[in-house]
Design a protein around this ligand. Sequence first.
Ligand SMILES: Nc1ncnc2c1ncn2[C@@H]1O[C@H](COP(=O)(O)OP(=O)(O)OP(=O)(O)O)[C@@H](O)[C@H]1O
Ligand SMILES: N[C@@H](CCO)C(=O)O
Length: 291
Amino acid sequence: MLTVRAPATSANLGSGFDVFGVALERPADVVRLEKADRVTIEVTGAGSQYIPEDPDKNTVGAVADALDAPARIQIDKGVRPASGLGSSAASAAAAAVGLNELYDRGYSREELVPIAAKGEAVVSGDAHDDNVAPSIMGGFTIATDKGVTQVDADIPLVACLPDIVVSTRDARNVVPETARVDQMVETVGNAASLTTGMHRDDPELVGRGMHDTVVTPARAKLIDGYEQVREAAIAAGATGVTISGAGPTVIAACAEEDRRKIASTMLDAFSERGVDARVYQTRIGRGAEIF
Ligand SMILES: Nc1ncnc2c1ncn2[C@@H]1O[C@H](COP(=O)(O)OP(=O)(O)OP(=O)(O)O)[C@@H](O)[C@H]1O
Ligand SMILES: N[C@@H](CCO)C(=O)O
């Protein structure tokens, strides 16, 4: 049996809606695969009761189909679904990397990205690549319809996951259809700053570049306590705060020495709103690994 560990990811990073993503050092899904006559799926771990084992409804089923690679697939979820931490993408990324190896299909990591994205289409109706790209390739990724650009980056992060469910489908329904030119100008500046910050491993520049006035304010309404948590994290030293993926996770960039304090401050701020939460003190990490 082949074992693949595929990391959780954080998409968008504020200014890079549907384009930017980072792999997180933790948490991760662990997926075990062996060749079989047909696809079967078993799911255990975080939130497994909400994840279908029917191959037509699970992200890994679409990936197995696309690779023509039937297998017995066991998924141990480290990433709760509907978290904003690329839960559905982590399983799809692990399946793409694992089945490519098991069946010797010979695809490169970059070529596996659109294949894994077919799994995302199953759950959100849209084959966006911004979670599967970093989960497969690691580091910071820029996913466009021309392909994926990847850089290894090392930025400390805090990901705070409240006990609220936001499905990607619902969060996409509140995205504004238009933006003003001044917002476009600001977004281009922030996205460029963030990208430069990733190249320099500079948390200050990355944090500054996470600011977004188009998509994030619309989605913040779906996350009880978002504004309070954001302000608390900034006061504790975060260089930037935004919604991770479609939410409800709130993600902060920071210097290493501030990470612990920011983590406890974010938990406290959710708690003051009566919202339970859990926190991951993490950083940008590697892509899917085969064991
Ligand atoms: N292997 C899988 N792992 C997790 N969720 C899955 C899987 N297969 C299907 N799903 C379904 O996908 C939905 C969760 O995906 P969704 O994209 O909403 O959340 P997410 O991946 O945590 O967030 P985001 O993409 O915003 O980071 C749930 O309805 C879940 O049942
Ligand atoms: N870019 C996507 C990621 C979530 O899967 C979104 O924010 O809707």
